[in-house]
Design a protein around this ligand. Structure first.
Ligand code: KIV
Length: 287
């Protein structure tokens, strides 16, 4: 199983690594079996899975519900639970309670928190309690209203210096890794060289130790023009539309279900049994 020590070793060995979001049992199982070493149950699930306009409405209960499903699907990956807005904002005690739920109830191995400043103390307390923390700097979506939208951060020298200082403070506080989101590539490279812990970029150029993408973006499941940093490795929305249309057509013209998808009265001959689709009625075939 991948641990926080492994991702540290990846950096030391110059082995770049991939992280993806996972929000449910099935995708977690597929990604885990594909060998993705780190899975993030991101609060982006609020926008991707629940249809919210931002991540702000997401609750701890919603996160735990999805995180539990991911933990049932993944056996090897390091699992990170994203602490949602207002789950660590009122006090260090509240942060401990929320983070504890991710490890104790949901089976996560670590949590992620956004921002610097006050988050440094929270990071220090959580790590001292055995709860590994992934930091998140740059474009931090929970600050969307303060940033005036989802905008690239760290373009000015002053902002860049602040982000670099936050990165060093989070490292000092015990964070085991840092997500750098929506920052200029040269700033991400500078931070990566300035800290010993691994950095994981999204919209941060090629100079980080690891990369993360939202699964549904890279699979082409989210529609519309993707952000510049997204590379689509598949076009599943198009495939689903095509498959749904074909299914509708075949149901309409009566060609589905055909005899090969229908049950008869008798058992198939033994020789056919192994190859034939099973007579067992089970949803989620093959899972
Ligand atoms: O919520 C999320 O998916 C994230 C990643 C994009 C880093 O925070």
């Amino acid at each position: 199983m991948t641990t926080v020590l492994d991702v540290q070793r990846y950096k030391e060995e110059g082995h770049r690594f991939a992280m993806l979001t996972a929000y449910d049992y099935l995708s977690a199982k597929i990604l885990d079996e594909a060998g993705i070493p780190v899975l993030l149950v991101g609060d982006s699930l609020g926008m991707v899975m629940l249809g919210y306009a931002t991540t702000l409405p997401v609750t701890v209960d919603e996160m735990i519900h999805h995180a539990k499903a991911v933990a049932r699907g993944a056996k090897q990956a390091l699992l990170i639970g994203d602490m949602p807005f207002m789950s660590y904002h009122s006090s260090v005690e509240q942060a401990i309670t929320s983070a504890g739920r991710f490890l104790q109830e949901a089976g996560m191995h670590a949590v992620k928190v956004e921002g610097g400043g006050r988050i440094v103390e929270i990071t220090s307390r959580l790590t001292s309690l055995g709860i590994p923390v992934m930091g998140h700097l740059g474009l931090t979506p929970q600050f969307v209203h303060q940033m005036g939208g989802f905008k690239v951060q760290g373009k000015s020298e002053r902002q860049a210096a602040r982000i670099l200082a936050d990165a060093k403070e989070l490292e000092q506080a015990g964070a085991f890794s840092l997500v750098l989101e929506g920052v200029p590539a040269d700033l991400a490279t500078r931070i990566t060289k300035s800290v010993r812990i691994p950095t994981i970029g999204i919209g941060a150029g090629p100079g980080t130790d690891g990369q993360v993408l939202v699964l549904h973006d890279m699979l082409g499941l989210t529609t519309g023009k993707p952000p510049k940093f997204v590379k689509r490795y598949a076009n599943l929305a198009e495939e689903i539309t095509q498959a749904a249309g074909q299914y509708m057509k075949e149901v309409g013209d009566g060609s589905f279900p055909g005899p090969e998808h229908s049950y008869g009265n008798g058992s198939p001959a033994p020789a056919l049994r192994a190859a034939a689709p099973t007579d067992e009625v089970k949803y989620g075939a093959g899972s």
